[in-house]
Design a protein. Sequence first.
Length: 298
Amino acid sequence: MTSPIRKDILKRWHDAADFIGTPSEAYSLRKTKVLKGKGDYFLIAYSNPYRQKRYQASSNLEDCVLCEVLNRSKENNILDIFKDEKFPFLITPNIYPLIEGASIAISKIKKPMFDVKTPNNLANELETLFNFGDETGFRIYHNSFGMGATIPEHEHYHLLNFSPFTNGLGEEFGFDGARDFLEIVLGVKKMAGFPFAHAIFEQKDPAKIEYFIRKLNEAHGRNYEFGRVPNSLAQGQNGILIVPAKKFMKKGRGAGDVAGRWYCVDEDALEKATFSSAFEELGEILFKEDEMNVKSLL
Ligand SMILES: [Zn+2]
C-alpha cells in the first residue's frame, strides 16, 4: 500500500491550501465506483462536484497561470511547500485538488512541456523529481500537449499520493494493481491486461524514458498537427508508465485515467460508467497494441 505524504510537507500543503482558499470539500466530496473487467487491471471511476468547476471555469490563455503562481510564491512564501530555492520546480498545492495533498511541480524556467531538444534534460529532470517523490511521498504524473494538459506551454507535473483511494478500497487498482507483465526488451515491460500501446520503465533508468520520447516523436510526430506525439506519464509501484495517444485532444483523458483513476464529469456519468465503456473511450484515443511497434522505439 502507498505510504503517506511526509508530515511536514502535508502540514505546509494545508497552510498553503487555506491561504489560497481551497475548502476541504474540494477533495472530500469524491464519489467512487469500481469498474472491473476480466483481468487484473481495473479502474476506479470517480466524480467530484468541486472539481467540476475547473472544467466550467473559462481559462484565459493569454496569461500563463503557472507564471502567475511562480510570481505570487515569491511574495507569499507560504505557497512554496518544499522550500528549497535551488530546486528547479516550485512545489505548490493544486487549486482543484483531486485528493488531500495534490500538488503541482511548476518548472521555475518557463519552457514547453517535455521539451526534449536539450540532450539529457528530460532524464535529469525526471531523476530529480523521482528522488523528490521518494523523499516526500509524492508520485509523479505528467500529461502533455494534446493529452490532458491544459497549460502545455509551461512545463509542470502533477504530484499525488493515492492512499485515500487505495485505503478506502483495500486493494490496489489500475497500473498499481496490475500483477501480470510481459517483457518488451530488457528493463522495459508492459501490462498483460492493458490492450493499448504502452511501455513501463524502471524508475532508476530515466535516460531510457527520454530516449523513448525522442524516438516516439521522430517516428510518429509528423502524423500530428503540432509535430509531437501526445503522451502521458504515470509513476506507480510497478514503474513508470508511458502511454502515447493517437489523437490530439485539447481536453480529455490523461495520465490519471490511464493509470486507473477514471474521471467522470458528474454523478450521472459516474453512474453510467462501466469497464467496457471506459475501454471503448480509451480505444478512441490510444493505439491498439498492434497499431504501434513500441519495441522499435526502445
Ligand atoms: Zn508560465
